[in-house]
Design a protein around this ligand. Sequence first.
Ligand code: MCA
Ligand code: AMP
Length: 484
Amino acid sequence: MSSLFPALTADRTDDPALRFGDRSLTYGELAAATGALAGRIGGAGRVAVWATPALETAVAVVAALEAGVAAVPLNPKSGEKELGHILSDSTPTLVLAAPDDELPLPLRNLERLDVETHATAPHTTTALDADVSAESPALIVYTSGTTGPPKGAVIPRRAVASTLDALADAWQWTGEDVLVHGLPLFHVHGLVLGTLGPLRRGGSVRHLGRFSTEGVARELNDGATMLFGVPTMYHRIAQALPDDPELAKALGRARLLVSGSAALPVHDHERIAAATGRRVIERYGMTETLMNTSVRADGEPRAGTVGVPLPGVELRLVEEDGAPITLYDGETVGEIQVRGTNLFTEYLNRPDATAAAFTADGWFRTGDMAVRDPDGYVRIVGRKATDLIKSGGYKIGAGEIENALLEHPGVREAAVTGEPDADLGERIVAWIVPADPQSPPGADELADHVARRLAPHKRPRVVHYLDALPRNDMGKIMKRALNG
Ligand code: MCA
Ligand code: AMP
């Protein structure tokens, strides 16, 4: 038993814990599988987890936490360049994967341990993590910045515990809840909230394998009580509702529909409310901070807001010069800064970036711009950095895509921007000056190039060809001149 999962005990032989497609584990089975694996990896420095949407990923991460070992979840669609960076930066001693998973080249030099979901050997019942400090790393999650490769956010155990307990308070989330979602397991949303969350409460999660409105309808009509999703998923639900009475009925039954990772447009909020009688609530978080605010289950759901600060989270808005804004007028815009036990400790191997992310008095600069309504509800109105793109709920840095594009022999210059997209929120647009204007590389070829090197969700969806990029007197690319 782990201090993070007090409900994960061997005697709960009939209580469902995890279901992925048609494979499932009870608490008793999960305790046996994670106990056995934890016994094998105890003392390993850090372990990489091949984070497919499968039982094995959940077993691997929970076992690492039980063993007091930090887990580095890897996107199984990561390209070679991205994977190479994450491995050389985080230096895991082992990779945990499902027995049938084929691992790509950069991982083949690493010792591999197959994750068994049904333990065959008797497991230890002593809590391996009893002496592990709450400050020690639980997870290292890679997140994009404006320039350069992704940074590893070191998330300590107390942040995982405190964010999940704050959400339990805000959402009246209990062991009775059955969560359904189809989120990836290599980011905070699907892994911490969507997998560790139900296990900490003693309830269960049904993962769809991949998101579909049919899967959501099936599970909510079959006893699931909560749905988590990114706005793209709720947009697809809103699109499907007019022709799908089963889906409308299913959503109408849910106890809580929660959206996060990006802003859910008011139009989608309204369409879902009109068709189902239920209001989606939004919560606001970041890889570095876990969850900061939420509309509460017992509060007023208000479209276009992310609710109020969670218990234990201090939140302030500041002016450009760092002066705190004291007005709650729904108008005065400032950067959101936060403080609390929900925060990460550092970016791995990046003391410079860590220092830059905090103010002298310990507030984390989120880079998100917001106003506050008179009753404290936070409304996010934008982002400081235009070079960060949120597409499908994934945060993507323009700089890393530009660097990948520049590695294509047919590209002389490249700039990347985001533009509004009804489905994805924003879509990635590449502006290319070809090396040879007579035979520029095709849009599909450039998309494949980025998908292969970085990840498919980072591929440009639109490519424009230019003779030259607009630059100012200093030679800096003027991105505003591109999208305008
Ligand atoms: C298409 N595909 C390709 C290519 N083109 N693969 C390789 N090369 C290409 N050129 C494949 C894709 O891999 C994918 O495969 C399929 O075609 C469809 O691609 P795409 O259109 O990109 O995907 P989608 O189905 O439209 O994805 C929408 C989505 C997804 C399901 C909403 O964006 C998603 O899962 N978003 C969740 C992001 C998230 O969890 N963010 C949390 C981070 P296949 O279908 O097989 O995959 S934020 C966070 O954690 C903070 C703390 C917070 O606040 O939550
Ligand atoms: P990530 O680094 O991928 O964890 O993404 C964190 C960012 O997602 C935040 O800084 C916000 O810009 C955005 N975000 C998360 N939740 C919301 C939300 N409910 N509304 C608007 N933006 C959000």
